[in-house]
Design a protein around this ligand. Structure first.
Ligand SMILES: NC(=O)c1ccc[n+]([C@@H]2O[C@H](COP(=O)([O-])OP(=O)(O)OC[C@H]3O[C@@H](n4cnc5c(N)ncnc54)[C@H](OP(=O)(O)O)[C@@H]3O)[C@@H](O)[C@H]2O)c1
Length: 291
């Protein structure tokens, strides 16, 4: 049985990974007390103790706005820790799977970004995630860097849960219609990761960066509207439940600048690993029906 180490076990993706990976080996989930990504010693010790065959790093500093005022901590967790994991994985001959983000792009290209397009992050979070990618690449070994987008799940804080809460509190929600992404259910991301691991013989030959999100894309406004429309349909909420109004992002300033259209192409992962995720609307419906 292969040993699969999952730092970040209580996060959205980490939680779903533990269920998705169970048939594939012995899963060792770690929270911050088992591996603190802000401490290189803690990372090395946890990996040397566990002696995994696979490390799937689901831990990250994910506070996009707070990263502007805590760039050093964000860099330690997102930028430096992944390189240390890569070194330890290489030493053990283990595979490292790491998650990154479409926020490494500036969103101005005008077509979906491929893995070959040049990153240009607009905010501290994106810069730290890009540093993490580069740290892994410079160590080498067997690795996959999976860039995803707008991840949600039944736990933690995410856009879907926020919209559902606000929809109960307010008659109208104002949502930006000029920022786009591919809303992705953490469960699908975890299942696609397990699928990649089932093809592990391909990983050593095809290590690199891959884009992995739901198919299709939406603006925040379209995403919020779909959440409310589907919720009304599946749970019989009265039709008077919050309506959604489109606004421009200029009307909703936040500490961190967001890329407007960083939508990523998923062609490479389909070509190399045969993996393609369902459309975002189908994932959202399946999530809300199960909520
Ligand atoms: N969420 C998104 O929309 C999104 C979009 C694109 C890419 N991604 C990427 O996908 C991956 C998974 O994201 P997610 O949404 O599942 O994240 P999440 O729910 O925020 O979970 C992150 C986990 O990392 C842990 N963590 C934070 N700092 C740590 C530290 N110093 N040491 C150890 N653990 C620490 C957190 O623990 P605590 O609970 O103790 O804080 C949390 O359990 C990340 O790499 C993220 O960058 C996410």
């Amino acid at each position: 049985m292969q040993r699969i180490l999952v730092p970040g076990r209580n996060g959205q993706v980490g939680w779903e990974l533990q269920a998705a990976l169970e048939p594939l080996g012995t899963v060792i989930g770690l929270d911050r007390s088992g591996m603190d990504l802000a401490s290189p010693d803690s990372i090395r010790r946890a990996i040397r103790d566990a002696k995994p065959d696979v490390i799937i790093n689901a831990a990250a500093y994910n506070h996009v706005d707070r990263a502007e005022s805590e760039p050093d901590l964000a860099m330690q967790v997102n930028g430096i820790a992944p390189g240390i994991m890569a070194e330890e994985a290489k030493r053990l001959g283990a595979i490292l799977i790491h998650y990154s983000t479409d926020y490494v792009f500036d969103g101005e290209l005008g077509r979906p970004y491929s893995e070959e397009d040049a990153p240009n992050p607009l905010n501290a979070y994106g810069r730290t995630k890009l540093a993490g990618e580069r740290a892994i690449e410079s160590v080498g070994g067997q690795y996959l860097i999976l860039r995803s987008s707008w991840v949600y799940s039944a736990r933690g804080s995410n856009f879907v849960l926020t919209v559902l809460r606000l929809a109960r509190e307010k008659p109208e929600l104002a949502m930006v219609n000029d920022q786009f992404g591919s809303p992705t259910w953490a469960r699908w991301l975890a299942q696609a990761t397990a699928e990649l691991l089932r093809k592990r013989e391909l990983i050593s030959r095809h290590s690199g960066v891959y884009h992995l999100t739901a198919s299709g894309h939406a603006s925040r406004y379209e995403f919020a509207k779909a959440i409310i429309d589907i919720m009304k349909e599946v749970s019989g909420i009265p039709s008077g439940w919050a309506s959604v109004k489109a606004i421009g992002s200029d009307a909703y300033p936040l500490p961190a600048m967001r890329p407007r259209n960083p939508v990523i192409s998923k062609d490479k992962i389909k070509r190399v690993f045969g993996i393609e995720m369902p459309r975002w609307e189908d994932q959202l419906r399946a999530f809300l029906v199960n909520l």
